[in-house]
Write a protein that binds this ligand. Structure first.
Ligand SMILES: Nc1ncnc2c1ncn2[C@@H]1O[C@H](COP(=O)(O)OP(=O)(O)OP(=O)(O)O)[C@@H](O)[C@H]1O
Ligand SMILES: [Mg+2]
Length: 231
């Protein structure tokens, strides 16, 4: 089975130390549960309006508003839908409750991968911040909050010629993609998580559609950044 550090969380444990040293917090409230990664705790402490945005988002979601003020349809997914949170640079991934375990596992893997890439890989290989999970008792959906990187342009979009980019850049991105999985797996061998689980199943859905090609975030090595998503 996948790495599930989150399995240690229970209603009696309201925080959890992760293998990367960060602390996740779990809040039980009348309507459900909220899990915040350390990035999520930071985000909420610096953005006091965010709770209000999320509250309005939730009511628009209950009313199934696809183009509301706070809930704005962004991209369809295989087992989920992605919405923008108003004018913020945040996205909310909604998945039906019967796939709840997959959102838990997704948050688990993505938060692990975030630190892994940040600490071990070149700046052109990154993972968007994943802030947390809202699990209401009622309704059909759970919600995962993450940072929006670009307009959803992926490596596959470039390969298929759906965006206008120079052939040099496309071929450089293709060549980076070809070695990316191996690099991430190698980097993971240096982590306490790997030592604990031997072969953590961190890249669960590796494909060109699940790596964003961000041509606006340049760094010293590349005129782009590749962001791993949806693992
Ligand atoms: N953090 C992000 N920033 C920008 N765009 C994103 C981000 N996360 C997802 N997207 C966009 O939304 C699309 C769907 O997201 P995602 O791959 O997470 O959903 P999914 O339901 O798991 O899809 P699938 O099962 O088809 O892979 C992505 O292909 C990408 O275009
Ligand atoms: Mg995907």
């Amino acid at each position: 089975m996948n790495i599930i550090e989150t399995s240690n969380i229970s209603p009696t444990h309201d925080s959890m130390k992760r293998s990367d040293g960060s602390l996740w917090k779990l809040y039980n409230f009348r309507g459900g549960q909220l899990v915040l990664t350390s990035r999520g705790q930071e985000l909420l402490s610096h953005n006091l309006n965010l709770r209000r945005h999320i509250q309005s988002y939730k009511s628009e979601s209950r009313a199934a508003q696809r183009y509301g003020t706070e809930r704005i349809f962004f991209r369809p997914g295989g087992n989920s839908e992605i919405f923008k949170l108003g004018e913020t640079d945040l996205l909310i991934k909604e998945a039906t409750k019967n796939t709840r375990s997959s959102l838990w596992q997704a948050l688990d893997r993505m938060d692990y991968l975030y630190t892994l890439c940040l600490q071990n890989l070149y700046p052109y290989i990154r993972v968007p911040e994943h802030y947390g999970l809202l699990i209401p008792n009622e309704g059909i959906n759970d919600y995962m909050l993450m940072r929006k990187i670009n307009n959803g342009i992926t490596v596959m979009d470039l390969i298929r010629g759906r965006v206008n980019v120079s052939p040099d850049i496309v071929s450089s991105i293709k060549s980076d993609f070809a070695s990316l999985k191996h690099r991430i797996m190698e980097a993971s061998k240096k982590t306490p998580m790997f030592k604990k689980y031997k072969y953590p199943f961190i890249l669960s859905d590796w494909k060109e559609d699940n790596v964003l090609a961000d041509l606006h975030t340049v760094n010293k090595d590349r005129p782009y950044t590749l962001w791993v998503i949806d693992q």
